[in-house]
Design a protein around this ligand. Structure first.
Ligand SMILES: NC(=O)c1ccc[n+]([C@@H]2O[C@H](COP(=O)([O-])OP(=O)(O)OC[C@H]3O[C@@H](n4cnc5c(N)ncnc54)[C@H](O)[C@@H]3O)[C@@H](O)[C@H]2O)c1
Length: 325
C-alpha cells in the first residue's frame, strides 16, 4: 500500500516524499516534470511520469499501484501568471484535480490531502488569519484551489473520502538533500540567495510604501520540513474526519527583514532596488496555526527567519545552479 504524491518532483512534494520515506511509508510519485526535477525524486520512491490532464495515464497509475492515500501537490503555482492566463489555472489545476479524484475514488482511496494556499484570503479582516476567516480568493490560482476545496467538501458528504486541505503561507528552506529550484524563480528567499551567489545583481523589492513598519510587505514563512511533518500528522488524523488548516509559523517578516536575515546568514551585502508594487499583493499575510497545533500537536522546529534562510542557503551553496536536470 503506497501513498501517491502528485508533484513529487517539485519543491514541496520532493521533501514530503523524503519525509514520508523516512517515516517508513511507500511512495509513488506522479509528475509530468513541467517544473519538477528527476533528481529531486527520492531514489526509494517509485516514479511515474505522467500528466494529471491525461485521465488514461491516471487510470493506469491506479491500476498498477495499490494506492491508499493521495497527497496532491501538482499544479501550476504562479499567482501573477494566473492573472494573465486565468484559464490555464482554472482549467488545468481544476481538471487535473478532478481527474485525480475520480480515479482515486474509483480505486477505493479514502484519504486525500490538498495543497491549498494563503491566496484564499485576499483581504483578511483579522490577523493572524485563522480558519474562520472569510474565503475570498485573490486570483484564478486561488480560486482553482478553492474550487477543489469545495469539491472535497461535497465528496466528504457523499462518499467515504476524508480530506485535509492545508493552506500554506510561504514555504521556504530546504532539507539536507532537496531544495527550492523553480524556473522561473519568483520566491523571495531563493532570489535573495541568488544575489548572494552572484547570479543576480540586486534584489527587487516590490513596493516600499505599504502600511507596514518598514513599508514592505509582511509574509509568514514556514519551513518546508515543518510543512512536511504537518502533512504526515494530517494524514494520520484523517480517520477522525476531514479538516482544513492554515499553515504558517504564526510570525510575519517583512521583505526587508528577510533580506537583512540573508545578509547576516551569507555575509553578502545583497543590494536592493525598490520597484513598483505587484498588483494584488496584500500588505500583510500571517497565518494562525493554532488549530493544527491544538488538534494535531503540530510544532514547527524552525521558528526564526535566520534559521529558515540558513537552511535554504546551505542547499543553494551546495547546488548553486539548482538541480542538474
Ligand atoms: N511554494 C509555496 O510557497 C506554496 C504556497 C502555497 C501553496 N503551494 C502549493 O503547493 C504545491 C507545491 O508547490 P511547489 O512550490 O512545490 O511547486 P512546484 O512547481 O515545485 O511543484 C509542482 C510539481 O507539479 C508538477 N506538475 C504540474 N502540473 C502537473 C500536471 N498537470 N501533471 C503532473 N505533474 C504536474 C510539476 O512538474 C512540479 O514538479 C502546489 O500545489 C502549490 O500551489 C505552494
Amino acid at each position: 500500500m503506497a501513498i501517491l504524491v502528485t508533484g513529487g518532483a517539485g519543491y514541496i512534494g520532493s521533501i514530503v516524499t523524503e519525509q514520508l520515506i523516512q517515516a517508513g511509508e511507500e511512495v509513488v510519485v506522479f509528475d509530468n516534470y513541467s517544473q519538477g526535477h528527476r533528481s529531486a525524486v527520492h531514489p526509494q520512491a517509485v516514479s511515474v511520469q505522467g500528466d494529471l490532464r491525461d485521465r488514461e495515464a491516471l487510470r493506469r497509475l491506479f491500476q498498477e499501484h495499490t494506492i491508499e492515500a493521495v497527497m496532491h501537490f501538482a499544479a501550476h503555482t504562479l499567482v501573477g501568471e494566473s492573472m494573465e492566463k486565468p484559464l490555464k489555472y482554472l482549467g488545468d489545476n481544476v481538471v487535473g484535480g478532478l481527474n485525480l479524484l475520480q480515479e482515486a475514488l474509483a480505486h477505493g482511496v479514502r484519504r486525500f490531502i490538498l495543497s491549498s494556499t494563503a491566496n484564499l484570503f485576499a483581504e483578511p479582516k483579522r490577523l493572524p488569519i485563522d480558519e474562520d476567516e472569510e474565503i475570498n480568493p485573490g486570483s484564478p490560482y486561488g480560486e482553482g484551489k478553492y474550487i477543489l476545496e469545495r469539491v472535497l467538501a461535497w465528496l466528504e458528504r457523499t462518499t467515504a473520502l476524508r480530506y485535509a486541505s492545508l493552506r500554506y503561507f510561504n514555504a521556504a528552506g530546504a532539507s539536507e538533500r532537496y531544495g527550492e529550484d523553480h524556473r522561473p524563480e519568483t520566491h523571495l528567499i531563493p532570489l535573495v540567495l541568488k544575489v548572494a551567489l552572484g547570479q543576480l545583481p540586486y534584489i527587487e523589492v516590490f513596493g516600499d510604501d505599504y502600511p507596514t513598519p518598514d513599508g514592505t510587505c509582511i509574509r509568514d514563512y514556514i519551513h518546508v520540513v515543518d510543512l512536511a511533518q504537518a502533512h504526515i500528522l494530517a494524514l494520520r488524523a484523517l480517520e477522525g474526519g476531514s479538516r482544513r488548516y492554515n499553515l504558517g509559523s504564526g510570525q510575519g517578516f517583512s521583505v526587508r527583514q528577510v533580506i537583512q536575515a540573508a545578509r547576516q546568514v551569507t555575509g553578502h551585502p545583497i543590494p536592493e532596488r525598490v520597484g513598483p508594487r505587484r498588483p494584488g499583493d496584500p500588505p500583510v499575510l500571517i497565518a494562525s496555526a493554532e488549530r493544527i497545533r491544538r488538534e494535531l500537536g503540530w510544532e514547527p522546529r524552525y521558528t526564526t527567519i535566520e534559521g529558515i534562510v540558513q537552511s535554504a542557503w546551505e542547499w543553494h551553496r551546495r547546488h548553486p545552479h539548482g538541480y542538474p536536470d
